[in-house]
Design a protein around this ligand. Structure first.
Ligand SMILES: Nc1ncnc2c1ncn2[C@@H]1O[C@H](COP(=O)(O)OP(=O)(O)OP(=O)(O)O)[C@@H](O)[C@H]1O
Ligand SMILES: [Mg+2]
Length: 445
C-alpha cells in the first residue's frame, strides 16, 4: 500500500511516515500542496494524508483539484485542534476521514487501516459487478467461467483493431454471438455487418455473391450485381463455415485479403473495399489442411487473432447462469412468469454432456418450460426422457445385488417424483402394476 503524506511541517510529516511504515506500507512525504498534486497525478497512491493548513495551496484546494482530475486515492485530512468545521468541509469535498492535531498515532493507524479496507471493498465490488454484468455490448454473453471471461476480455481488446479474427468452436458454442459482439465494439457498428454462410454452396454462386458479377458473365447474369464485399464497405463481413468454402474460392479470398482489391465475376476493373473480416468454423482447420480441403496460406492469413470457444462440457460452472438467463429470455418471449430452477434440476442440467452445446441447452430449457407447472421448476416437472437419462446414469454407479440396486433406484425415483407412482412407473418404463408389486416386495410404501 502506498501512502502520500502532505504536511508543511517536515518533522510532523516524517513522524507520521515513521508511525505508518512497515508491513507492506510505503510512505512518501512532501511539504507543500503543489508537490502533493504532482505526486497524486502519478496515480500511484492508495491513500493521501493531507494537512489542511498549509501556506500557498491549502489542503482543501489540493483535495478539490485532485478529485477534479479523477484521482482515485482515498483522502484522510488532518486539522488543527478545534477547527472541526474545516474537517467537515473536507469530508464534503470527498475526504474519507479526518484526524485532529496533535495526531494520536494509534488512532492514525486505525483510521488508515479502516480506509484501506473500505477502498479494497469498493474495488472488489467494482470487479464483481464487472464479472456479473459484463460491458454493455457483451451483456448477452453469459458466463462466469475463466474461459468465457478471457474471451470477453479478448473481444474488448481486439474489437477496435482492423485485424482478421478466426473463431473456432463446436456447433452451438456461440461463434455467432462473438462475431456480433466484435462487430458492435469495432467502431464500425454504424456500418453494415453482413454474414455469409460459405458452406453447402457451389463455387460459382458463392463467388458471385461475395464479389458480385458483371452482366452476361454467366447464364442468368442478366444485370450487373454488386457483391457482399462491396455492400459491407466500411463495415464487417462475417464468413461463417469458412472451413467449407470451395478451395478455388479460398484462393480468391486470400488475394482480396492481401491486396484489398477484387474484381466482380466476369469483370476486369479492380474494386477496393474496406472490410473487416471475421471468419468462423466448427471444423478443425488444421485437419482440413492435411486433407487438402483448406489452404494453409489462407489459414495463416485469417488466423491473426484466434478465439476458441470451449464446448459447454468444459465450462459447466456456466450452466446454471445460462439456464437462468434462458428462463428469463423465454419468459419475456412467451409472457410466462417462471422464477427459477430447483437445485435438483440445475444439478441434472450441469452433469449432462450437451453435444449441441448452448443451443441445445436453450432448446432443452424451452422444452422444460413447456411442461412446467410451477413457477419454481422441480425435478418432478421435467420431461421423462431427461429424468430417465439421469436414472440410467445413476444406475451405472450402483453396487449390490440386482434386487438391492432395483430397490434403491425405485426409492430414488419416487423421491424425485415426490412419490408420484404413475410418473415413477413411466420414468422406469415398467407398468404401474409391476411397480406396485415391487413396492410391496421391497417393503416400500
Ligand atoms: N455466452 C452465451 N450467453 C448466452 N447465450 C449464448 C451464449 N453463447 C451462445 N448463446 C446462444 O446459443 C445459441 C447458439 O449460439 P451461436 O448461434 O452463436 O452458435 P454457433 O457457434 O454459431 O453455432 P453453429 O456452429 O451451429 O453455427 C444462440 O441462441 C446464442 O444466442
Ligand atoms: Mg453459427
Amino acid at each position: 500500500m502506498k501512502i502520500l503524506i502532505v504536511d508543511d511541517d517536515r518533522a510532523i510529516a516524517e513522524s507520521l511516515a515513521e508511525a505508518l511504515a512497515g508491513r507492506g506500507v510505503e510512505c512518501t512525504t512532501v511539504n507543500d500542496g503543489r508537490r502533493a498534486l504532482e505526486q497524486l497525478a502519478s496515480g500511484h497512491f492508495d491513500i493521501a494524508l493531507l494537512d489542511l493548513v498549509m501556506p500557498e495551496k491549502n489542503g482543501i484546494e489540493v483535495l478539490a483539484e485532485a478529485k477534479q482530475f479523477g484521482c482515485a486515492a482515498e483522502f484522510v485530512v488532518i486539522t488543527g485542534f478545534g477547527s472541526i468545521e474545516t474537517a467537515i468541509e473536507a469530508m464534503k469535498q470527498g475526504a474519507s476521514d479526518y484526524l485532529t492535531k496533535p495526531v494520536n498515532l494509534e488512532e492514525l493507524r486505525l483510521i488508515v487501516r479502516r480506509v484501506a479496507e473500505n477502498s479494497g471493498i469498493k474495488k472488489e465490488n467494482a470487479r464483481l459487478r464487472k464479472l456479473v454484468l459484463p460491458e454493455e455490448p457483451l451483456r448477452g454473453m453469459i458466463g462466469v467461467s475463466p474461459k468465457i471471461q478471457k474471451i470477453r476480455e479478448t473481444i474488448l481488446q481486439i474489437a477496435p483493431r482492423r485485424v482478421t479474427v478466426l473463431i473456432e468452436g463446436e456447433s452451438g458454442t456461440g461463434k455467432e454471438i462473438v462475431a456480433d459482439g466484435i462487430a458492435r465494439l469495432s467502431g464500425r457498428q454504424d456500418k453494415p455487418f453482413l454474414r455469409k454462410n460459405c458452406g453447402a454452396i457451389s463455387q460459382g454462386i458463392l463467388e458471385s455473391e461475395l464479389f458480385g458479377h458483371e452482366k452476361g458473365s454467366f447464364t442468368g447474369a442478366v444485370a450487373q450485381k454488386k457483391g457482399i464485399f462491396e455492400a459491407a464497405h466500411g463495415g464487417t463481413l462475417f464468413l461463417d463455415e469458412i472451413g467449407e468454402m470451395p478451395v478455388e474460392s479460398q484462393v480468391r479470398l486470400l488475394r482480396v485479403l492481401e491486396t484489398g482489391e477484387f474484381t466482380r465475376v466476369g469483370g476486369v476493373t479492380p474494386i477496393t473495399a474496406d472490410v473487416r473480416i471475421i471468419a468462423a468454423t466448427n471444423k478443425d482447420l488444421k485437419q482440413q489442411i492435411d486433407q487438402g480441403l483448406f489452404r494453409e496460406d489462407l489459414y495463416y492469413r485469417l488466423n491473426v487473432v484466434k478465439i476458441t470457444l470451449p464446448p459447454l462440457r468444459e465450462r459447466r460452472e456456466d450452466i446454471p447462469f445460462l439456464a437462468q438467463h434462458f428462463l428469463n429470455v423465454l419468459n419475456a418471449e412467451n409472457k410466462t412468469e417462471f422464477r427459477a430452477f430447483d437445485p435438483d434440476v440445475l444439478a441434472l442440467l450441469t452433469v449432462r454432456n450437451w453435444p449441441g452445446n448452448i443451443r441445445e441447452l436453450r432448446n432443452t430449457i424451452e422444452r422444460i418450460l413447456l411442461f412446467a407447472q410451477n413457477e419454481i421448476i422441480r425435478f418432478a416437472d421435467l420431461p421423462d426422457d431427461l429424468t430417465q437419462e439421469e436414472i440410467c446414469k445413476g444406475a451405472a454407479d450402483e453396487y449390490g445385488t440386482m434386487a438391492e440396486i432395483e430397490k434403491r433406484i425405485i426409492e430414488r425415483t419416487l423421491r424425485q417424483t415426490e412419490n408420484n407412482a404413475r410418473k415413477t412407473s413411466r420414468i422406469l418404463n415398467i407398468p404401474l402394476r409391476t411397480l406396485y408389486r415391487k413396492l410391496k416386495n421391497y417393503n416400500l410404501n
